[in-house]
Design a protein around this ligand. Sequence first.
Ligand SMILES: Nc1ncnc2c1ncn2[C@@H]1O[C@H](COP(=O)(O)OP(=O)(O)O)[C@@H](O)[C@H]1O
Ligand SMILES: [Mg+2]
Length: 338
Amino acid sequence: MFSTTQKIGILGGGQLGKMLALAAANWDFKTFCLDPTPEAPASQVCTGFTVGDFNNYDEVLAFGRDKDLLTIEIEHVNTDALRELERLGKTVHPSPRALDIIKDKGLQKEFYRDNDIPTADFEIFEDEKSLKKAIESGRWKLPLVQKSRTAGYDGRGVAILRTLEDLTTKLLLGPCLAEVLAPIETEIAIVAARNNQGDVAVFPAVEMDFHPEANLVEFLLCPARISPLVAAEAEALAEKVIRTFDICGLLAVEMFWTKDGELLVNEVAPRPHNSGHHTIDSAHTSQFEQHLRAICGLPLGSTNSKPPWLSCSICSANPVRKGLFAMKVWKNVSHWKA
Ligand SMILES: Nc1ncnc2c1ncn2[C@@H]1O[C@H](COP(=O)(O)OP(=O)(O)O)[C@@H](O)[C@H]1O
Ligand SMILES: [Mg+2]
């Protein structure tokens, strides 16, 4: 039954937690965030805020004990505590099982391979030394993409190795994987949602443009400049991925549309995503409201877009770059990425 009296606990109190809490406040849901930083963004807007470590078993367990429903705004959380909370009768979305796979890029890629989800070919390595040996023996050829298995985000756990010199300057230490460098034509993301009745809804594909140095998504373009046929294929793939992970809530699916005409899944995030911020203004349902609808067992909202939208995650600090990008897009210059 639908009730706004249930207490929703969110692990993490960053910007995503803040926007989730704001969406929840529209419906009188009570939100409680757990974050190590006392002045974390969500602390200003949630009903209750607990300073604590979402990676610590005891702290997550103590935080969850008086909540009805637990969710996340960051995937690197203590899943053993979430499993225990599930055992105590709490509802936890996304499931700790899915989180454990997604948190480890090695397990995530194996999941795609085992479930016939197209992804760039890869191999898991114990550490950087064994990857280096595989390159020196000629088994892996440069260029390739090296990724740390855990704790990488916003480009920090990713190195594109092109030359032998890169092996001394760029190699990431520790357990890792090597991926074939995909010939990317367009990088896209689709935010999908699934509720506990198994209904799935997807937002239109978004094109992501990365800042050349920061390796962070700087510009989003929605809808992505891909053909309707490719868009339909990408939506079907996003639906397959969210169903296969058995996620209740949001799942952002990052994909490459390659120059060879292939769609490859790059990685996923089981939460609101920076490629979905524009939905606050551009879609009939925001990704934050959609996540709440999904985890609270409500019907999913319409993912239809209002008119085309231009959004920039760093733009307020850099209006010149935003202006240039807008000109390039609207004048339809084909090689604006140069
Ligand atoms: N196999 C690949 N081929 C080409 N580019 C890649 C590949 N994997 C990652 N990249 C590039 O690196 C970026 C960051 O990689 P990703 O795995 O998404 O890590 P993060 O967790 O930092 O988002 C991607 O958005 C893409 O631009
Ligand atoms: Mg990514």
